[in-house]
Each structure stands twice: as structure tokens, then as C-alpha cells.
Design a protein around this ligand. Structure first.
Ligand code: PLP
Length: 344
């Protein structure tokens, strides 16, 4: 059976040039960038060249980037490394943050948005929601501003001017899994929590050079990827209009708000999102009920509930997230399968 992948917010297939770069690096440049011999020096040279390319794309200085294994790790390193300097002063946090961000905040004094920013040392705001695709501006609060750009990267432009630290994930932009970027503005009151000489003593552990070189290749495709993602909005809007025409019980979360062009969060009252997702999977369509990290667990999405929806409504959500270049025919086939499954 032909498969159609509509779960781009969970992960994306690595681009061919990424697969090539990773395979080549694994075969040819497996040296340790910390070693001082020729093999190590060559690895170091390639590592720094990749850092330069990624930094240029982000509009940052190469030395400001720390390569990590995931955005989850980057958020943990960032938040745990800031904690000693910030003490118990509260953080103003967007309640729909990803668990990768909420978990390291578990022992912080958290004030949920739209709480009073007075006295807050930090503000934590994702650039785009992985679940709804809604875009969020960084609140203008005089505090240290942290941006999770994992979902926004490659789908909409990401600005570093309005924040002091940001994280990016490679596997969301056609890069390899297992590589991410932590960007920190110089001078942050941050201390390393994973000791080691690598990454200017900011993240210990031998760098995953193949993954980092693969990431640099994915980054080279970002301008084209942004353009192709932008083209998805009319396809998404057409699917949403069709679904809404089937029942007044159906809703699109975030409709009318600035959103990622590839994401549709369909609230299908009267249905269990999980059952619809399974039926679509059997019909050849990969979609999600919410954050991929929650798949397999039956907990309703905190991000949807934080928007004011009930637990039952949160359980009725189906997330469709398109890859750049999604074919209109595949979208039409998805719409037809969904209609059949919903009995409309
Ligand atoms: N932040 C957001 C908004 C995400 O959507 C994700 C992954 O879904 C992450 C962080 C975690 O990224 P990674 O898979 O690189 O750990």
C-alpha cells in the first residue's frame, strides 16, 4: 500500500544530501575533533566549517553555538545551566511549551503566562507550537528571553534579535536525528552542566561529526525549504475548509491566528483522535494526535487544554503536519480517507 506521511512536526525524512554527507563522514572522517593528530585536525576543521555555516544561516557568531544531541538536551543544558545564577526568581512560562522544556523547569518557580512578569528573571516562549502550529511572539518583558525554535525552524523565519537563547533541532528540517543547536547570546549568566573540553567546555562529549556535517547540509537547503513550506498554506486551508463543512462540531485550533503553514490541528468533537489516527494509519496515512513525544500515552495534550479546551476536546484532536512539497493529490486522498473514517 502507498504510504503518505503527514507527521512532519514529529520528524522529517533526511534530505538526500544529508544522507550522503553523514555516510561519507562515517566512512572517511571518523577522527575525534579533540585529537591533535592529523585525523583529529581534519575532523576539527570540518566541525568548525559546519559550525560557521550553521551560524551564518542563523545570523549568529560561530562561537555562540553549542552542538547538542537533541533540542531536549539543549533545553536541559540551557535551563539547568542558568538556574544557579537565577536562583529562585520566577520564570514566566508559556503553558503550551513542549515537555522537553517543561521537564527541566519542574523545580523552578514558574509563573504561567499571562501572569504578571514583575520580578521574573526569565521568560520562556516557544516560537511555534508543535501541536497547533500557532506562532507566538516573544513577550516584551525585561527578563532573559528563551526561545524554543525547534518547530519554527525551516517553516517560518526565526529571529534571534528578540531573545537571548534559542534551541533548534536537526531532524525537524530534513537533517539527521541526534543533532541540535543551542544558541546563547554572549554574557549570559550560564554555567556548564555537562563537563568536558568539547564545545568550548559548554557541552562535554565527543561531537557527533557525521550528524553535525549532515545538519550543515540540511541548513544549506533552508531558504528553499522555507519557500516550499510557505506553499503549503493554501493546501492546508482547503483541507480545513472541507473538514469544517462536514460538521459544525468540528473546529480548527488556532484558525485565523498566525500559524505554521504546514500544520492543522483538527478538533473533531464526537471522535477520539487516537481512533481516527489508527484508522488513518491502516488506510496508509501517518498523522498524529498531538505531540509525538506523547504518542503511546493516553494523556490528553496539555498544550491543547491550556488553550481552554476540555480534556474530552483535547482527546478529539488530530494533528496533520505536511512535509514541504506535499502533493495536492495526497492531500485530497487524506481528506477522502478522513471523511470516510468520520462517517461524513
Ligand atoms: N521543542 C519542540 C517545540 C518540539 O516540537 C520538539 C520535538 O518534537 C522538541 C522541543 C524536542 O526536540 P528533539 O526531538 O530534538 O529533542
Amino acid at each position: 500500500m502507498e504510504r503518505h506521511y503527514f507527521d512532519a512536526n514529529a520528524t522529517t525524512p533526511p534530505l538526500p544530501r544529508v544522507v550522503d554527507a553523514v555516510a561519507r563522514a562515517m566512512a572517511d572522517t571518523w577522527g575525534n575533533p579533540t585529537s591533535t593528530h592529523r585525523e583529529g585536525q581534519r575532523a576539527r576543521h570540518l566541525l568548525e566549517e559546519a559550525r560557521r555555516r550553521v551560524a551564518e544561516s542563523l545570523g549568529a557568531a560561530p562561537a555562540e553555538l553549542v552542538f547538542c544531541a537533541s533540542a531536549t538536551e539543549a533545553l536541559h543544558l540551557l535551563l539547568r545551566g542558568l538556574r544557579p545564577a537565577l536562583g529562585d526568581r520566577p520564570a514566566l512560562v508559556f503553558p503550551g511549551e513542549h515537555s522537553a522544556c517543561l521537564n527541566p523547569l519542574a523545580d523552578w518557580a514558574v509563573r504561567w503566562m499571562p501572569g504578571d512578569p514583575e520580578g521574573c528573571a526569565t521568560v520562556v516562549q516557544m516560537a511555534a507550537s508543535n501541536e497547533t502550529g500557532i506562532l507566538y511572539p516573544m513577550p516584551a518583558v525585561p527578563a532573559l528571553r528563551i526561545k524554543d525554535a525547534a518547530q519554527a525552524w525551516g517553516k517560518v523565519p526565526v529571529d534571534l534579535a528578540d531573545c537571548d537563547a534559542a534551541v533548534f533541532s536537526g531532524h525537524k528540517i530534513g537533517g539527521p536525528r541526534g543533532v541540535a543547536v543551542l544558541w546563547m547570546r554572549p554574557g549570559l549568566p550560564w554555567t556548564a552542566v555537562m563537563e568536558g573540553p568539547q564545545e568550548r567546555r559548554r557541552r562535554g562529549g565527543t561531537e557527533d561529526l557525521p550528524a553535525i556535517l549532515g545538519l550543515a547540509e540540511a541548513v544549506a537547503e533552508l531558504p528553499a525549504r522555507l519557500a516550499r513550506n510557505a506553499e503549503l498554506a493554501p493546501l492546508r486551508d482547503a483541507l480545513e475548509a472541507e473538514v469544517l463543512s462536514w460538521s459544525t462540531d468540528y473546529e480548527v485550533v488556532g484558525r485565523g491566528l498566525p500559524r505554521l503553514p504546514n500544520t492543522s490541528s483538527l478538533l473533531l468533537r464526537g471522535h477520539l483522535g487516537e481512533s481516527v489516527q489508527i484508522a488513518l494509519d491502516l488506510a496508509g496515512f501517518a498523522v498524529s494526535t498531538g505531540s509525538a513525544c506523547h504518542s503511546g500515552s493516553t494523556k490528553p495534550s496539555h498544550a491543547i487544554m491550556s488553550l481552554g479546551y476540555s480534556e474530552q476536546e483535547a482527546r478529539s484532536v488530530l494533528r496533520i503536519s505536511m512535509l514541504p512539497g506535499a502533493a495536492p493529490e495526497a492531500m485530497a486522498a487524506l481528506g477522502a480517507a478522513l471523511r470516510r473514517i468520520l462517517g461524513r
